[in-house]
Structure formats: structure tokens, C-alpha cells
Design a protein around this ligand. Structure first.
Ligand SMILES: [Zn+2]
Length: 242
């Protein structure tokens, strides 16, 4: 019996030593938890088709921008300049497309996620994104007021693919929420801080603003529906047609 306990103790000690000095394994304190898997945003963007040509060193082309219908099919679009239902009364774009530069597309997707965390019944709704530079000249010719239509000689942030015009809608019905003014209402009531608006409009405008600012968008002083994303004023102006 004495021998049994001796061998037993020897066995236990050996097992403990083997555990402590496990060959080839790092000490316990250096084992790190695997990093968090990439966010849904990154996954979605990385699944996008790669540009079908070598990117130029100068201005990118439309192929290098993100098509939001592919990157974020859950965000409804009503690209108003592809219809006659806009302030010029004529169709300016050939196709109703929303293209954005990569980081801005990620910002919009993040804003949609934030919105739906807080208000699952709501969705963003896109009215305008990238706008060809030549169209900017046409718009300015129609309404030469730089407070509302950017001076085409400098180029608008829409021409850089970094701005979005958008509103909120009900996710189920698609109905747009009440806002202070319709799109492209070039009056003082369209200013984000205008006070002569209804209470629901004020609340809805505030919800849109909070998710956009939280994702790094910059507002402008004249239009509640317009936000500038990453690369404003610095990204190159493009004129690829839509
Ligand atoms: Zn705009």
C-alpha cells in the first residue's frame, strides 16, 4: 500500500510538471483572444466587385466608386435627378444610380445600422449621391445661388462622390417621414436649424441628423437633407456620366 501511494504521488507530480512545461505552447498569459471578426460594413464592402481596370493616379472613374444598390440594397433610393421631379423640371441623369466613394459608402451603411438600432421601423432613403460635374453646370445655370447649388467652377462635394442627399422613410410602407420641407426647397425653412417647422418635422430632422453626425458626416447650414462624408473638399471632382 505504501508503494501505491508513492507511485500515485509521483504520477500526479509528473502530470502537473508536464502541464506547466507544455512543449511548444506559449505561456498562458500570452494567449490572446482572437480579434473581433470584421464588421458587417467591411464584409459588405469587401464583397463588392473589384474595379475592372487599373486605377489611375489622377481622378478615379465611376468603376472605382461604390454602387449603393449593391452595397446596401436595403436602403431605398429615389434618385430625383434621374426623373423630371426635381427643381429643374427636367431629367438630368440617364440612370437612377447612387455611387459613393468607398469610405462614404461605409459611413452611410453605418448610419443605417445606427438608425435601425434605435428605430427599427425606419430606414434612410437616398435622393442623390455622386453627381457628374457637367450636371453641376446645368443646375447652376438654372439656379445660380451658391447657397443651394454649389458653384460648378469649384465643384460640389456631390461631384466628388462624397455627399448624400437623403431623408427618412418607414421601412415597411416606404412612406417618407414628415420633414421641414420637400427636397430642394431652396428657402430658409430648409436650414437645419429653422424653427418655424412642425413638431414631428423637427423630431424627424433631429433623428436623421443624430445618426449622420454620429457616423462622421458634416451638415451644411442651408439644407437639412445634405451631408458631406469623408474626403469633402479634397477628393477629386469627376465627370463620368451616370
Ligand atoms: Zn446635396
Amino acid at each position: 500500500m505504501r508503494h501505491f501511494w508513492l507511485y500515485f504521488k509521483l504520477g500526479v507530480t509528473t502530470a502537473i510538471m508536464i502541464f506547466i512545461f507544455r512543449p511548444g505552447l506559449p505561456p498562458i498569459e500570452t494567449i490572446v483572444t482572437p480579434s473581433v471578426s470584421p464588421s458587417v460594413v467591411t464584409q459588405k464592402i469587401s464583397q463588392l466587385p473589384t474595379p475592372n481596370h487599373t486605377p489611375s493616379a489622377t481622378a478615379p472613374t465611376l468603376d472605382e466608386l461604390v454602387d449603393m444598390a449593391i452595397a446596401a440594397p436595403d436602403i431605398p433610393q429615389d434618385i430625383r435627378y434621374a426623373t423630371a421631379n426635381n427643381f429643374t423640371g427636367i431629367q438630368l441623369y440617364e440612370r437612377p444610380k447612387c455611387y459613393l466613394r468607398h469610405p462614404v459608402a461605409q459611413q452611410v451603411i453605418k448610419a443605417q445600422q445606427l438608425l435601425q438600432q434605435k428605430y427599427p421601423e425606419l430606414t434612410l432613403k437616398l435622393w442623390d449621391c455622386y453627381r457628374p460635374h457637367s450636371i453641376q453646370f446645368k443646375m447652376f445655370e438654372h439656379s445660380p445661388d451658391p447657397s443651394y447649388v454649389a458653384d460648378p467652377t469649384k465643384g460640389s462635394n456631390h461631384n466628388r462622390g462624397v455627399s448624400v442627399d437623403l431623408t427618412l422613410a418607414n421601412r415597411e410602407t416606404g412612406k417618407e417621414l414628415e420633414m421641414p420641407t420637400p427636397f430642394d426647397d431652396f428657402t430658409e425653412k430648409a436650414a437645419p436649424h429653422a424653427t418655424n417647422v412642425s413638431e414631428p418635422a423637427k423630431i424627424n430632422r433631429g433623428i436623421l441628423r443624430s445618426v449622420m453626425l454620429e457616423t462622421g458626416f458634416e451638415p451644411i447650414a442651408t439644407e437639412w437633407w445634405h451631408y458631406d462624408g469623408a474626403g469633402r473638399d479634397t477628393s477629386p471632382v469627376l465627370d463620368d456620366p451616370l
